[in-house]
Design a protein around this ligand. Structure first.
Ligand code: C2E
Ligand code: MG
Ligand code: MG
Ligand code: MG
Length: 286
């Protein structure tokens, strides 16, 4: 490439970095194809806890990629790439089916946990996909999951990007009793005056606000305001990234219904999550 013509060894640092970045992305893309075919993905499940009852309310399914050569690759790295290449549709289909199948298995094993909800992240590509509803219907029928047991998480920017068509799509999801969450709320640029037009059930407050809440801090007021806004719009609130008891105390005072974060649990393997369900049922019975 061009910098090379300047003479042997005369790559600028910038070119070298760009080259390496491009190479890495190209390799990752083909490895992503391979990973799908060879089942290198796995779902982890992070507990979401009711702050009113302190009980397990559900899980968020979070994808993990264990690549034999590179080791663990974070979704923060490969999900955007999967979005750019369109591979997210195939990856997302796998996630939907896997998470629903897992929920069915758990509900069959633990009838007492009938209210458990499974939250699943949906990329903006997936919302735009014309097939989404047909696929979801097929997955729900195949796995026997009720729409009301799943929550689809959509980021704020996805919501705001897409206008009338998205609203129609969301309404069709709601018609199946599927619950809808806004993910990472506060990170993007929502038009607050638009929020009421979306048929959303749950608002997840971005971890950046939660982690910087301390007594008397400004972020408390932000979280308070977001919670009040959500309640006004008949939405429940999940606080993301809860890491300390102090945060739980504040969130409870603010009337936030649910918490998720390392204080309660890191994302768990399927078998560890199953153990968490078993434990929570025991806790209720005793
Ligand atoms: P997200 O949907 O906002 O998921 C929450 C992220 O916060 C997860 O990171 C989780 O491990 C992390 N987290 C949870 N509690 C804490 C805490 O107390 N402190 C801190 N520092 N972090 C916490 P993860 O699993 O690395 O996922 C990152 C993002 O990748 C997700 O953010 C989501 O946007 C995306 N993602 C993950 N799985 C999927 C998927 O199946 N489909 C799609 N489209 N996106 C996914
Ligand atoms: Mg999420
Ligand atoms: Mg989030
Ligand atoms: Mg996030």
């Amino acid at each position: 490439y061009r910098a090379k013509s300047l003479g042997k060894g005369r790559y600028t640092l910038f070119d070298q970095e760009m080259y390496e970045q491009t190479l890495r992305l190209t390799q990752l893309e083909s490895e992503l194809h391979y990973a799908l075919e060879h089942r290198e993905f796995e779902l982890y499940y992070q507990p979401i806890v009711s702050l009113t009852t302190d009980q397990l309310a559900g899980f968020e399914a979070l994808i993990r990629w264990k690549n034999p050569k590179r080791g663990f690759i974070s979704p923060i790295e490969f999900i955007p790439l999967a979005e750019d290449t369109g591979l997210i549709v195939a990856v997302g289909d796998w996630v939907l089916r896997e998470a629903c199948q897992q929920l069915t298995d758990w509900l069959q094993k633990f009838p007492e946990a009938a209210n458990l909800k499974m939250s699943i992240n949906l990329a903006s590509h997936q919302i735009r996909e014309p097939d989404l509803l047909d696929k979801l219907d097929a997955i729900l029928a195949e796995t026997g999951v009720n729409g009301s047991s799943i929550r689809l998480e959509i980021t704020e920017s996805t919501l705001m990007d897409q206008g009338e068509q998205t609203i129609a799509k969301l309404a069709q999801l709601r018609a199946r009793n599927i619950q809808l969450s806004i993910d990472d709320f506060g990170q993007g640029y929502s038009s607050l005056s638009y929020l009421h037009r979306f048929p959303i059930n749950i608002l997840k407050i971005d971890r950046a606000f939660v982690s910087q809440m301390s007594d008397g801090g400004e972020n408390i007021e932000i979280v308070r305001t977001i919670t009040m806004l959500a309640h006004t719009l008949n939405m429940s609130v999940v606080a993301e990234g809860v890491e300390t008891e102090q945060q739980v105390e504040i969130l409870k005072k603010l009337g936030c219904e649910f918490g998720q974060g390392y204080l309660f649990s890191h994302p768990l393997t399927a078998s560890a999550a199953e153990q968490a369900i078993a434990n929570s049922i025991q806790a209720i019975v005793i």
